[in-house]
Structure formats: structure tokens, C-alpha cells
Design a protein. Structure first.
Length: 229
């Protein structure tokens, strides 16, 4: 059953970096993949990052991309990673790769590699957004307790109209009972306030999916939760 909501766009801004996307352990893993000889464990996080960026920049761009993608996609074959690394040089993989569940990791890869190679790689474009979602009855807000990601993505899809790309690509999931791809569309999602019939959420996604909201103050939309197994 669809619930109706009024959505206020509290803030919207473009970003090319996700806060804390790369940790000291990530830099350690990348240095290990590059056969770095020094004692990585003895370095603090800042030193690891500096040495990692220097080591990446010593490689050819496609070789550095292989290192980064090998770390981010450990279950993929070497051949697949090499193909993906070549595609990165000419494509915006954080929005074009067929499997959207890969997009956030591609976004982070582009950010790191672009810094290492002074803009050789495309500049990733994401969006940070906060929303206040209001319903007529508090019971309708329960969909966000059942499956917050799916319910929010359906809400965003509804707010863009039937001709929006998200509605054309994911029509079955949006109308259906399960939406596993929702976490590949909205990468990071937090509920930051609950006032009964209204809740506020913050989210990070690709600008590719959210650009229609950049000039929007509010909209009406419908949504529903995934079916509980």
C-alpha cells in the first residue's frame, strides 16, 4: 500500500568526496598491494596516506587504477579489474557502470586517483541532501523503519515523475516488493530527526540520480516499504 508524503528539501549541495571514505587501513592495504617495503604499521594515518598517494602517482594511471579497484572489489577476477580500470579512463563509472551497487566504490576510486594524478581521471560528482518527510498520520512513517533505503529511493523516484531515468530503469523494483538496488542509488543514508509525523534524513548519492532536486524546495510523493520476509 502506497503512503503519501510531503517532502521538503532542506539542503542540497554537490560534492566530489565522501567524508572518511578512505581509512588508515585502506591506505595500508593499498601500500601492501603495491609491495611497499617500509613498515606500514609504524606509520600514522597521515603518513600512510601520503606514502600511498606518492606510490600511486609513481605508477601509470591504468596500473594505479588496477591497484585501487583490486582493493575495492576483492572478489572480482584480475581480468575483470583490468577491464574496469581501462574503462575508468574514458567513462564516468560512478554513474555509468551497469551494476549500481558498484557506484559508490567507483566514486571513491575516482576521487583518490584524480588526486594522485592531478586530474587525469574524471572528477566525480555526487550530491549531499537533507530532507524533511511529513505524513498525515504517524503510522505511515513506519515504512522507514521496515526498509529505510528502499522507502527513501521510492520517495525520490516518485518526486521526479515517470519520465525520470530512475523510474524507467527500476520500474519493477519501485512498484514491487523488493528493491536491493536502492543501496546502489542512495549510498549513505541517516535518519537525523524523528518528530512523529515528520522525520529528517540526510543522504549521499550521485548527482546523476538527484540533479532534479537541485532547484526544488518541496514536492509531493508516494512510497512503500519492502515486503517483510
Amino acid at each position: 500500500m502506497q503512503s503519501k508524503f510531503t517532502v521538503q528539501v532542506d539542503s542540497f549541495k554537490k560534492t566530489n568526496k565522501i567524508l572518511n571514505a578512505w581509512s588508515g587501513e585502506d591506505y595500508k592495504a593499498l601500500l601492501t598491494l603495491m609491495d611497499f617495503d617500509d613498515d606500514v604499521d609504524a606509520m600514522d594515518a597521515a603518513e600512510r596516506r601520503e606514502m600511498c598517494m606518492m606510490s600511486l602517482s609513481d605508477l601509470k594511471p591504468e596500473e594505479a587504477a588496477v591497484v585501487v579497484l583490486t582493493h575495492l572489489f576483492p572478489k572480482l577476477s584480475r581480468g575483470k579489474v583490468e577491464q574496469m580500470s581501462r574503462d575508468m579512463l574514458n567513462e564516468s563509472s560512478w554513474e555509468e557502470y551497469p551494476d549500481c551497487l558498484y557506484h559508490e566504490r567507483f566514486f571513491n576510486a575516482y576521487g583518490l586517483l584524480r588526486e594522485a594524478f592531478n586530474g587525469k581521471f574524471a572528477k566525480p560528482t555526487g550530491a549531499e541532501m537533507t530532507l524533511t518527510v511529513t505524513a498525515a498520520h504517524v503510522e505511515e512513517m513506519a515504512i522507514f523503519d521496515v526498509s529505510m533505503h528502499s522507502a527513501i529511493v521510492r520517495l525520490l523516484a516518485s518526486g521526479q515523475g515517470n519520465d525520470a531515468l530512475i523510474n524507467r530503469l527500476y520500474e519493477d523494483q519501485i512498484k514491487g516488493k523488493h528493491f536491493p538496488e536502492s543501496k546502489g542509488i542512495v549510498w549513505q543514508l541517516k535518519q537525523i530527526a524523528d518528530n512523529g509525523v515528520s522525520r529528517q534524513f540526510s543522504l549521499v548519492s550521485s548527482f546523476f540520480w538527484l540533479e532534479n532536486f537541485e532547484q526544488m524546495d518541496a514536492f509531493e510523493a508516494v512510497s512503500h516499504a519492502d515486503a517483510e520476509d
